[in-house]
Design a protein around this ligand. Structure first.
Ligand code: THU
Length: 142
């Protein structure tokens, strides 16, 4: 693996700098680390029709799945915060929809990725299965 916990968090931070979030001013970056060493990032993309907003994690998963098959998802880093205060405050945990979207990607590679949620005082270290127990996934449709 060519990425580390620190580099994945740094990639999420860098991704957050590209957020399009003029309505909430809350910038989020996500970085997906795959077993083949590749990293795919995403940032939140808001819309004047607020409910159409795409979260950073969802953008990253969309990029990963639409560009190439990246194999086993090992880890996800998420960093967020108000513009100019990225990573300040409590760790940002993926929203419910993003947990489900991440679960699809994880299920494809049969992994239970680490999820590193970055906050000011701590990095919360979780597994996707902690965030989304009893998940509904592709296996249910097999
Ligand atoms: N947001 C994310 O990008 N990921 C999350 O997991 C939580 C929320 C974004 C959506 C919206 O643009 C902003 O944060 C405020 O909710």
């Amino acid at each position: 693996m060519s990425w580390t916990k620190e580099s994945l968090i740094a990639a999420a931070r860098e991704a957050a700098s590209k957020a399009y979030a003029p309505y909430s001013n809350f910038h989020v970056g996500a970085a997906l680390g795959f077993a083949d060493g590749s990293v795919v990032t995403g940032a939140n993309v808001e819309n004047a029709s607020y409910g159409l907003t795409l979260c950073a994690e969802t953008v990253a998963v969309g990029k990963a799945l639409s560009e190439d098959w990246r194999g086993r998802l090992e880890a996800v880093a998420v960093v967020g915060g108000k513009a100019g205060a990225l990573g300040a405050g409590d760790p940002v945990t993926p929203c419910g929809r993003c947990r489900q979207v991440l679960n699809e990607l994880a299920a494809l590679g049969e992994s239970d990725p680490q999820v590193w949620c970055v906050g000011e005082a701590e990095v919360l270290e979780l597994r996707l299965s902690d965030l989304l127990p009893q998940a509904f996934g592709p296996g249910a449709l097999a």
